[in-house]
Ligand binder design. Structure first.
Ligand code: ZN
Length: 81
């Protein structure tokens, strides 16, 4: 009889863990919006960070949208959040 060793699956609480443990997926030091913060700290990218009645800068929003098209991987990561 063999005992099945169950693989220790660490719950994937958030996609951020992946980014923290490995080198960043994208060679971006500055956020897509032009500010110096991580993209998961960005109000433009992370829906839940948007303050109530916050109005995004249209220019910045458009710039981000264009970059998101280019960086499909980032777009996927953002959607997962
Ligand atoms: Zn940003």
């Amino acid at each position: 009889m063999q005992q099945q060793a169950s693989p220790t699956t660490t719950a994937n609480h958030s996609a951020f863990a992946i980014f923290q443990n490995n080198s960043p997926v994208l060679p971006i030091k500055t956020c897509l919006c032009g500010e110096e913060h991580l993209f998961w700290e960005c109000q433009y990218l992370i829906e839940s960070l948007k303050p109530y009645r916050w109005v995004p800068n249209k220019k910045i929003q458009q710039r981000i949208n264009e970059k998101l098209i280019r960086y499909e991987r980032l777009a996927v990561a953002v959607k997962r959040v």
